[in-house]
Write a protein that binds this ligand. Structure first.
Ligand SMILES: [Zn+2]
Length: 202
C-alpha cells in the first residue's frame, strides 16, 4: 500500500529522485528540455499508480444484483497498462475475464475498474492475473472464474533479449474452470483460442 505519506511529500521526493536519476544519465541536466521533466514524471506517477487508491471491495461491492443467470459471462479484450516492478517499465495488453455467476452479477464497467485497480500498481503479470481471479472469486462467489492476461513487456522489448512482439499469457482458473474440463473448454472456445496459457494458482 501507498501508506499515509502526504501528496506534497510524495511529489517532492519523486522530483528529487528524478533529478538524481537524470544527473546519472546526462550531465547537462540544466538544459531547457529537461527542466519540467521531474515535475512531469512526478505527476505521471500519480496516474500510473492510481490503483493503490482504488478499493476492490468497493468496486465490486456496490452493484450486486440478484439474478438467476447461471450461464458463462465473458468480458473479452479489456485493455490495460501496468508497470513491471522489476524494471519500472510498462507492460500492457489485454485481460479476458469469464465467470459463471451464482446469484451475483456485476456491470461490465466494474470489471474494467477492477482491472485498473490492479494494473495501475507495481506489478508482475502472474500476480495481477491471480489477484483479479481471487477478488472476483471472493466477492462474487461465482461457480467459477477464469482470467487470462496477454501482455507485451517493455523490459523484454527494450532491453535484455530485445524481442519485440513476444506475448506472455497467464491464466488463473478458479472453481468450475479449474475443476471441470468442459467449463474450461467452453471458455477457451469463446475466446477463440486453445489453452496454451501458463496456468497459475499463486
Ligand atoms: Zn520486467
Amino acid at each position: 500500500m501507498r501508506g499515509k505519506m502526504s501528496k506534497e511529500i510524495r511529489m517532492a521526493m519523486r522530483k528529487d529522485a528524478v533529478i538524481m536519476l537524470l544527473k546519472t544519465v546526462e550531465r547537462g541536466f540544466t538544459r531547457e528540455g529537461l527542466k519540467e521533466t521531474p515535475d512531469r514524471v512526478a505527476r505521471m506517477y500519480e496516474e500510473i499508480f492510481a490503483g493503490y487508491d482504488m478499493n476492490p471491495e468497493e468496486i465490486l461491492g456496490k452493484v450486486f444484483v440478484k439474478d438467476p443467470h447461471q450461464e458463462l459471462v465473458l468480458m473479452k479484450d479489456i485493455p490495460f497498462y501496468s508497470t513491471c516492478e522489476h524494471h519500472l517499465t510498462p507492460f500492457f495488453g489485454k485481460v479476458h475475464i469469464a465467470y459463471i455467476p451464482k446469484g451475483k452479477i456485476v456491470g461490465i464497467s466494474k470489471l474494467i475498474r477492477l482491472v485498473e485497480c490492479y494494473s495501475r500498481r507495481l506489478q508482475i503479470q502472474e500476480r495481477m492475473t491471480s489477484q483479479l481471479a481471487d477478488t472476483i472469486d471472493d466477492i462474487l462467489a461465482p461457480l467459477g472464474v477464469a482470467v487470462i492476461v496477454s501482455a507485451e513487456h517493455m523490459c523484454i522489448t527494450l532491453r535484455g533479449v530485445r524481442k519485440p512482439g513476444v506475448v506472455t499469457r497467464t491464466a488463473a482458473l478458479r472453481g468450475v474452470f479449474f475443476d471441470d474440463i468442459r467449463a474450461r473448454s467452453e471458455f477457451y472456445n469463446l475466446l477463440g483460442g486453445k489453452d496454451d496459457s501458463h496456468s497459475s494458482r499463486l
